[in-house]
Design a protein around this ligand. Structure first.
Ligand SMILES: [Zn+2]
Length: 353
């Protein structure tokens, strides 16, 4: 358990169109609380946060699972965590008004259904929104974690005031969210922004979804680390560099460290990083050409590489796009770091009040 910094007053009003109609209805509330929940597809992050109506996190807890989670395991764990976070003494000024959930899988947000949680069991078409709404007798909103993180970044992170934002979460997988006028753009069936499973390389490496040559299979944290380890096997200098940067624990190699090794001159790391810039840059350039965002926000562990990731990406996008599409584009690292999904979940709940 840890307490989190005050996120400041979160203004969920946003100039522009009203956006998608959610199905819980709205209420005028001045007192009460919301709950943000994060569910990851790897099991590594199950988080619950209690926040006030200004978005200030009052209590937060996170419990990782060692394995890929099925619904029963995750829901019983979350129910315990929710019970702890919502003990009556933590809610002196009213009741719980909304629950927002950021899910690391495909979500049909308008129906409140989890379509798929890759590699996890029993999640296909699971009615998660109804489950918690009935269990806790509180309206619940669910969405994909990249959509939620993007919303969080736009409303109180790196993208404040931006009207058309593409958020890319570069983690174990790659997720994306499109936030237009302060609202998540879902597309016809909720998969808008799923950039991770776009084809970028014919006959490329196998993807977690079963496809091949998808962006996620090249530019996710897992793919970057996997490529570096595999390619380094033939090169003692690179193996030694991995040993050095991980202080003798090569199993803990991070994507950020691969970027650092590349910057330090390691030829194998440079090759891996070059692939990321080539294919991620190409994928982003196509989206920039199509939707003309004012900002791309990069989040997740790969974005920790900062300018080592962003500067070459910026150059590649400028090269590939018409100047009119890219000249005012800003590409930035997210401000919410590891908490982006959870803050996004809280924002989902607050935006519905
Ligand atoms: Zn895929």
């Amino acid at each position: 358990m840890s307490t989190q910094p005050n996120l400041g007053n979160i203004n969920t009003d946003y100039p522009g169109q009203p956006g998608l109609q959610r199905n819980t209805g709205r209420l005028l509330a001045t007192q009460g609380y919301v709950l943000g929940i994060e569910i990851s597809s790897s099991g590594a992050r199950q988080s619950v946060a209690l926040a006030d109506l200004n978005g200030q996190v009052l209590y937060q807890l996170r419990r990782p699972l060692e394995y890929v989670p099925d619904t029963e395991t995750v829901l019983s764990l979350l129910n315990e965590m929710i019970a702890e976070a919502t003990q009556p003494e933590r809610l002196p000024k009213g009741r719980l008004l909304r629950i927002g959930i950021a899910v690391g899988g495909l979500v049909e947000a308008t129906q409140g259904i989890v379509r798929t949680l890759y590699h996890a069991q029993q999640w296909n078409n699971f009615p998660l929104q109804d489950y918690f709404a009935e269990k806790l007798d509180v309206p619940c909103i669910i969405d994909n974690n990249a959509n939620a993180a993007g919303l969080g970044e736009v409303l109180h992170g790196a993208g404040q005031g931006e009207r058309v934002v593409l958020y890319i979460g570069l983690g174990r997988g790659i997720g994306g969210g499109l936030i237009v006028n302060g609202r998540i753009f879902h597309g016809a069936s909720g998969t808008a922004g799923e950039i991770g499973h776009t084809l970028v390389k014919e006959n490329g490496p196998e993807c977690s979804c079963g496809g091949a040559g998808h962006l996620e299979a090249i530019a996710s944290a897992r793919s970057i680390i996997h490529s570096m380890r595999n390619l380094a096997q033939e090169y003692p200098e690179s193996l030694a560099a991995i040993e050095r940067i991980t202080r003798g624990q090569p199993e803990n190699l991070t994507a950020e460290q691969v970027f650092q090794l590349g910057a330090e001159g390691d030829k194998i790391a440079q090759q891996v990083v070059q692939q990321v810039h080539t294919y991620l840059g190409g994928a982003l350039a196509n989206i920039v050409q199509l939707i003309n965002p004012s900002m791309i926000i990069l989040g997740g562990p790969v974005a920790q590489a900062g300018d080592l990731l962003i500067e070459p990406l910026r150059q590649r996008i400028q090269e590939l796009c018409l100047p009119a599409a890219s000249q005012s584009l800003r590409i930035v690292q997210g401000h919410l770091g590891n908490e982006a999904n959870l803050v996004g979940a809280i924002t989902l709940a607050l935006q519905d009040i």
